[in-house]
Design a protein around this ligand. Structure first.
Ligand SMILES: Cc1cc2nc3c(=O)[nH]c(=O)nc-3n(C[C@H](O)[C@H](O)[C@H](O)COP(=O)(O)OP(=O)(O)OC[C@H]3O[C@@H](n4cnc5c(N)ncnc54)[C@H](O)[C@@H]3O)c2cc1C
Ligand code: SF4
Length: 321
């Protein structure tokens, strides 16, 4: 690991300024992704700004009947929160499908959204990787691509966004609240938060230098049946090959987002509109434009089969036509 300096921030604005002012500075929250990457020198920050003391660790009702989740709420606390379990069940289910109990105790809401890809070449500093070293090439294009992406990808990068929680947040239309180094704030719709790889795959998301996530907001509850189904190579402690987060209504309408297939959790209003016509129709629309490799082409039918299982589960619970 490369040497680095360290400070504890006293306020969100001060943390944002501290990261903005120093070349190579980064925030650290739970550290469960960042420290792993620092150990193998994929990440080499020169300075860490610890945000754990900022008090961004509460879950509160918003005026419009939604929820504001502090950036530092742990995955364990969020999944177990009474309101989340009752009104946003898809979020609880997605979180507990990820990592392990110990990791979820440390991992934070913002850190989870910002976790980096699991492409094996990203982790191997002997291999070309545009995401790790811009302009160096992409070893996965001609290499091992089975777990990698087919939507939002390009010749520059075919990595997937690996997380589970964000797939549920995408189906719930979450917003990401931030503060910038100049003190201004904004809310970024989750649909626009993670990027596609048509340019600059080294930038996973639209955050600017020094911009700190302070909270994630959820609109008022949707009702319906909440389902998260994750298909993976091992029964636990593995990332999704394909996952589906869905909220289905009693009349058979609903919404769904898919993980494990794209540069970001993938969702389309046109695919949602096809749910009443069944998994095949909805999956066909969702995967339109997919660019596959020989090794990951199986993900196209896997999306359909996973969605079919989700719709069957919703029907069994009496919530879909
Ligand atoms: C073995 C293993 C298995 C895993 N399996 C899964 C899985 O199946 N599913 C899944 O979804 N995840 C999985 N994870 C990933 C895990 O969920 C993430 O490591 C964790 O959520 C990251 O949160 P953190 O708070 O530790 O982030 P950190 O490691 O502290 O930070 C991650 C990144 O976010 C930045 N950051 C943190 N907070 C902020 C903020 N408020 N504003 C701006 N930037 C910020 C940091 O600078 C860093 O770049 C796994 C991890 C491991 C190690
Ligand atoms: S797919 Fe992306 S992360 Fe993987 S080697 Fe290619 S550029 Fe790097």
């Amino acid at each position: 690991m490369k040497a680095f300096t360290y400070e504890r921030a006293k306020s969100p604005a001060e943390a944002a300024r501290a990261v903005n002012e120093r070349t190579g500075a980064k925030f650290i929250a739970g550290g469960t992704n960042l420290i792993d990457l620092m150990k193998i020198e994929v990440e080499t920050p020169t300075h860490l700004v610890d945000i754990n003391g900022l008090g961004l660790d509460t879950v509160e009702r918003t005026e419009d009947g939604g929820l504001r989740i502090g950036a530092l709420v742990s995955n364990t606390d969020l999944a177990a929160h009474e309101t989340v379990r009752r009104d946003y069940g898809v979020l609880t289910r997605a979180i507990v499908a990820g990592a392990s109990g110990q990791l979820r105790n440390k991992a934070t809401t913002a850190g989870n959204l910002l976790q980096r890809t699991r492409c094996s070449y990203f982790y191997d500093t002997n291999q070309p990787c545009n995401k790790r070293v811009p302009g160096s090439g992409c070893a996965a294009l001609e290499g091992y691509s089975r777990p990698l992406g087919m939507l939002g990808v390009s010749e520059l990068c075919i990595a997937t966004y690996p997380g589970d929680m964000a797939v549920a947040m995408r189906v719930l239309d979450a917003g990401v609240e931030t503060v910038k180094p100049d003190g201004t704030t904004r809310t970024i719709p989750i649909a626009d938060f993670h990027r596609t790889w048509d340019t600059a795959p080294e930038r996973d998301n639209v955050l600017e230098k020094g911009e700190l996530i302070t909270a994630v907001t959820l609109p008022k509850p949707l009702g319906g049946t909440h389902i998260y189904r994750k298909v993976r190579d091992r029964a636990s402690y593995a990332f999704a090959l394909v996952s589906v987060a869905a909220v289905m209504q009693p009349d058979g309408t609903g919404r769904f987002a898919v993980g494990g297939v794209g540069s970001k959790p993938w969702r389309s209003a046109a695919a949602d509109a096809q749910l009443r016509n069944g998994a095949s129709a909805a999956a066909r629309v969702l995967t339109q434009g997919a660019v596959t490799t020989e090794e990951n082409a199986f993900k196209v039918p896997l999306v359909e089969r996973t969605l079919a299982a989700v719709l069957a589960e919703a029907r069994a619970k009496g919530n879909a036509a």
